[in-house]
Design a protein around this ligand. Structure first.
Ligand SMILES: [Zn+2]
Length: 348
């Protein structure tokens, strides 16, 4: 009887896991007679995608989101009907592993780090492959990078801890150098952010002894990395879509109403829930902000990490859009005391 119970329970989990999976399409949403704010109010993340203001916004969305747009009289064109199938079909090619050419021809062509390889999940790393990469870095370059360690004792809904490493000269010593934070995978379905970070980390480590600019950076800053802010969501995609293309975005909190997940990128405290366009109060939405600011372990942990350091600059890697987005995000007026500096960085 006990075994039967377990089987039924497992089957339920299995079904509920796959019941979450919808077809996702890449969609062009026309904005010629609609406002993008109205699109945001429907629970769509309008910061992630390709935006031609006043003309269109291209992003990827579920069928239920697409239906919601149609009901709100948005004109839409489906560009790729089934993005997951499209991605799986796009097997990583040797050409794609050979170089990551920059978008502009004036940018230098950075040679691929020798230790950088593609992962097994449609070219992206599984969670374990990411852990192995971090271990490999620490083993090959113990004088430049720490071993991975948890930020605090908190564990996520699925029992994970958020891990960090530091790249610097004397990485195991706390020196009085400016601190910088790099993070990826707030959103579980954006594995290219992790690949970018891993690539960059190998690039720093491998070129430290030969490129003076890299040496100067590493010697004079303390670079902290949290490569996976949302380990539950990331591993959930791995479970449902081991070949890649999993579309889960949020964490895996059971909202106890048949829906799962809070958007960790909408759960930080500053002006949390400012309005219902940048984040959603509805549990099933992709931009659901949670019940309270910092209600989520992932955000509490990042808060602990920031409180324990004095980061001069923080980069959170997302996809897609080829954009460098700087604060503020919760109001259209983006000016902050640091805006001029950030604009300058963005133009370099
Ligand atoms: Zn994102």
């Amino acid at each position: 009887m006990k075994t039967l119970y377990k089987i039924i329970f497992f089957t339920f989990l299995f079904n509920s896991a796959f019941a979450q999976q919808e077809k996702y399409s890449r969609v062009k949403v026309w904005l010629t007679n609609k406002n993008i704010t109205e699109l945001a109010s429907l629970g769509i993340d309008v910061t992630e995608g390709d935006h031609r203001p006043g003309v269109w916004f291209i992003t990827e969305m579920s069928q239920s989101e697409l239906n919601r747009l149609k009901q709100a009289s948005f004109k839409t064109d489906v560009i790729v009907d089934d993005v997951k199938a499209f991605r799986i079909q796009q097997k990583p090619s040797p050409k794609r592993t050979a170089a990551f050419p920059c978008a502009t021809s004036s940018a230098p062509d950075y040679p691929q780090p020798q230790n950088f390889t593609l992962g097994s999940m449609g070219g992206f790393f599984t969670y374990q492959e990411m852990l192995d990469m971090l271990d490999s870095m620490a083993s090959k370059y113990p004088n430049l990078i720490t071993v991975k360690q948890p930020i605090n004792a908190l564990t996520t809904n699925d029992g994970n801890q958020l891990l960090w490493v530091k790249i610097s000269d004397n990485p195991n010593t706390n020196e009085t150098e400016p601190e910088v934070l790099y993070s990826a995978l707030h959103h579980a379905r954006e594995p290219a952010g992790l690949s970018n970070l891993i690539y960059y980390m190998w690039y720093l480590l491998e070129n430290y002894s030969t490129i003076t600019e890299i040496q100067s950076l590493v010697d004079n800053t303390e670079m902290y990395f949290v490569p996976c802010v949302n380990p539950d969501g990331y591993q959930y995609n791995e479970l449902t879509d081991p070949l890649g293309g999993g579309f889960w975005r949020k964490n895996r909190l059971d909202n106890l109403d048949g829906t799962f997940g809070v958007d960790p990128n909408r759960n930080y405290g500053y002006n949390w829930g400012f309005d219902d366009t940048g984040s959603s109060p509805f549990t099933g939405d992709e931009t659901y902000r949670g019940t309270n600011p910092f209600s989520e372990v992932e955000n509490q942990t990042m808060q602990d990490f920031c409180n324990a350091h004095e980061f001069k600059l923080a980069f959170n890697y997302h996809t897609f859009g080829n954009l460098l987005i700087y604060p503020w995000g919760y109001i259209p007026d983006f000016y902050t005391p640091d805006s001029a500096l950030l604009v300058n960085y963005g133009s370099l």
